[in-house]
Write a protein that binds this ligand. Structure first.
Ligand SMILES: [Zn+2]
Length: 235
């Protein structure tokens, strides 16, 4: 059976475990929130990449336009020169240059068409990305709000629990409390564990016959031979 000291210690331990769990959750909260914020940054960076592809296609088209304009001026210049030359071979040489430049213009115009097609595609992609990113960011922001609210609640719960913990601590006999705190410095919670089939519920190793007998009697605080936790007989 359980000694009165152990009964009180178990109440204290239950609250102590809840305190620890809450403290760990609160400690993790900033990292959880930061990881969601990183996701928002990633979404926005992805959108910027899509926008960049669009701007690059625009720049390509503009460059081609300039190049075509230059080539057209060249053709106009050759035509003017043709009017001024007297010799037939000079006239023909200019004619050849005009034909070559016009062929170049044809090639450039084809590329310009491709660039315009790429602009259209990029525009569609930007529009689609803007919609999905906005949706994803909204979902992430909602999650952040939820996490922040959860943290606020946990902090309030912890404050309330601290008071309950102190109440439970105050009624535990000092010797039992001292034993508990000493063990807690070495092993993780729980400190008071039930014993089943002569095995400690903390380290799961077999306890000695003496420990088993003492725990069964329950008049004193009994510790596991292996891990040092307080073992009790669960009837
Ligand atoms: Zn043990």
């Amino acid at each position: 059976m359980l000694s009165p000291a152990l009964e009180k210690l178990l109440v204290f331990q239950d609250r102590d475990q809840r305190r620890l769990a809450l403290e760990q959750q609160i400690k993790r909260a900033p990292e959880e929130i930061a990881s969601v914020r990183r996701k928002i940054e990633e979404e926005r960076a992805g959108l910027e990449t899509t926008k960049l592809a669009y701007r690059e296609a625009e720049a390509r088209r503009k460059a081609l336009e300039t190049e075509i304009g230059g080539a057209e001026q060249k053709v106009a210049r050759f035509r003017t020169q043709q009017l001024e030359v007297r010799k037939n071979d000079e006239y023909q040489a200019l004619g050849h240059q005009i034909a070559t430049t016009q062929a170049e213009i044809g090639g450039l115009e084809e590329k310009e068409l491709e660039a315009m097609f790429a602009i259209d595609e990029a525009k569609k992609q930007v529009k689609a990305a803007e919609a999905t990113v906005a949706e994803a960011v909204a979902a992430h922001e909602a999650r952040i709000k939820l996490l922040e609210e959860k943290e606020t609640t946990q902090r309030a719960d912890l404050a309330a629990l601290q008071a309950e913990l102190e109440q439970a601590r105050a009624v535990v006999p000092p010797a039992a409390l001292e034993t508990y705190q000493r063990i807690a410095k070495r092993v993780p919670l729980p400190i008071c564990v039930p014993m089943r089939d002569q095995k400690c519920g903390g380290c799961h190793l077999k306890v000695s016959n003496g420990v088993q007998t003492d725990a069964r009697v329950g008049s004193t605080i009994v510790c596991c031979d292996n891990c040092g936790r307080i073992v009790y007989w669960e009837s």
